[in-house]
Design a protein around this ligand. Structure first.
Ligand code: HEC
Ligand code: HEC
Length: 418
């Protein structure tokens, strides 16, 4: 298929970009080592103008980014500062941010589950059951687009309006009617007054004084961008510890990147997805890939369940039926159940789905054989795999689990500290 060929080329391009990023990262690292005194005295403030390399250096420190990870793209309109990150962390776990004060972001994104929630699809603050599975939030900063399937959310700031503001289905339920009430809760809270002032010191001079939804969203986006996971056994292996992966995991890594399993065509690079960008990605090479991986074939006409057909629901083009963004596989062991609707329970079953070349639904309104879905990517033809090979790929996927990430206090609920 022409589409797939395009992405094959793209992934080659991406890996070149990544190699360049790693080289740059090594250069930048020597900068840190040589200039510790200057850096530690450097106050991080978005209004300070600093040279480009010092700017990148600040970002590396703020994000606690190891040298093998490229610098993520941070939009110019929302520079990253420690103060916004701090406020964002408070807001992420704040139930005052839902209209009826029952839910926060943390109600569907648990740190112990790498910020997924362990269930197929969650329920919003007023009882609406959502159609999609809560996504894990590891390394979200590197995604080219956001959510399971939407090519219009290209910045986190666009996407975050949805859980907060949407009225169908309701998540946090801050609809137009509720907006003023919710913002007043923060305006009247002394601790938040201080946090907002520190995060947006210049807004006193503008018309945007006090708490606004933009400030809430900019801070949450800043916090989410710091959720970098780069300390798994696989990362230790990348950094030169050849013993960090078991023999079985190394076998799985080779299968994952080989032409029989073909996983790497869609799950590649530091974040294991071709939906990728970083600070060095050129605008012209940025792509928003979406694929049908044969999960359904309702009525044998290529449809997915009515409730969610991926990009097709936005474009109306039948060829887009069932197309979703290849998710990052970071911490994938912790984010079960899998796929956009949480319909596959275990990693082994996911690999079996690919080996079969699609999922067979035998009964019910969604019956059909995904293997024969006409819109399925040609990278998912199905293949013969032994149990031992499947176990090896699962073991490799488990080497992407980063316990530092799920235990890191920087991402924990700050309201429980005091
Ligand atoms: C009711 C449960 C629920 C709540 C509350 C919730 N989320 Fe989510 N989150 C989801 C689901 C489900 C998705 C997938 C949405 C989709 O694909 O349309 C998601 C997706 C995301 C994504 C996209 C990740 C990616 O890789 O593209 C981010 C970021 C995110 N949520 C952050 C937040 C933040 C921040 C909050 C609080 C303001 C929040 N969520 C509140 C369930 C929830
Ligand atoms: C043609 C692109 C493509 C190929 C090849 C591919 N995947 Fe995927 N992968 C996807 C897409 C798209 C999704 C999400 C599909 C959905 O939710 O409907 C996905 C989902 C997954 C998930 C679940 C992620 C989550 O957060 O729930 C895992 C695990 C996974 N793939 C592993 C693999 C493995 C292992 C292979 C090789 C055997 C592979 N993939 C091959 C595109 C691909």
């Amino acid at each position: 298929m022409p589409n797939n060929r395009l992405y094959r080329l793209t992934s080659t391009k991406l890996s070149t970009t990544m190699v360049i990023s790693v080289i740059k990262a090594i250069r930048l690292l020597s900068f840190v080592i040589l200039t510790p005194v200057f850096m530690s005295g450097c106050d991080v403030d978005s209004s300070t103008t600093i040279s480009a390399s010092a700017d990148e250096q600040d970002l590396r420190l703020l994000l606690d980014l190891p040298d093998h990870m490229p610098i993520p793209a941070i939009p110019d309109f929302n520079p990253l500062t420690q103060e916004k990150i701090t406020l964002g962390r408070f807001l992420f776990y704040e139930t005052k941010l839902s209209a009826n004060q029952t839910q926060s972001c943390g109600s569907c994104h648990f740190q112990t589950d790498a910020f997924a929630d362990g269930i197929a699809t969650p329920t919003g603050s007023t009882g609406h059951v959502l159609a999609r599975n809560s996504q894990g939030l590891s390394n979200v900063a590197y995604n080219a687009s956001f959510t399971w399937s939407n090519d219009t959310f290209v910045e986190l700031e666009d996407q975050l309006n949805v859980p907060i503001r949407a009225d169908d289905p309701i998540e946090l339920g801050v609809t137009d009617a509720e907006l003023a009430t919710v913002l007043t809760r923060f305006d009247e809270d002394e601790e938040y007054q201080q946090l907002f002032k520190a995060a947006f010191p210049n807004s006193e001079k503008s018309s945007e004084t006090g708490v606004t939804m933009n400030k809430v969203i900019f801070s949450l986006a800043s916090f989410v961008r710091t959720m970098i996971s780069a300390n798994s056994p696989y990362d230790e292996f990348l950094q030169g510890d050849k013993e960090a992966l078991t023999a079985q995991q190394k076998q799985g890594f080779n299968l994952f990147n080989g032409e029989k399993f073909e996983c790497f065509h869609c799950h590649t690079g530091v974040n294991f997805t071709v939906s990728y960008k970083d600070a060095n990605t050129l605008t012209g090479s940025l792509v928003f890939p979406f694929f049908n991986n044969g999960l359904y074939n309702v009525n044998d006409d290529g449809s997915y369940p009515e409730v969610d057909q991926g990009i097709y629901d936005l474009s109306g083009d039948p060829a887009d039926k069932g197309k979703f963004r290849p998710p990052s596989l970071r911490n994938i062991e912790l984010t079960a159940p899998y796929m956009h609707d949480g319909s596959i329970g275990t990693l082994r079953e996911v690999v079996e789905h690919y080996a079969r070349g699609g999922t067979l639904t035998t009964s019910g309104i969604n019956a059909g054989d995904g293997k024969n879905n006409p819109y399925k990517s040609s990278f998912i033809p199905g293949f013969d795999a032994t149990d031992e090979e499947i176990d090896a790929v699962v073991a490799f996927l488990e080497s992407l689990t980063d316990y530092d990430f799920v235990n890191n206090e920087k991402f924990s609920n700050p309201h429980e500290d005091h």
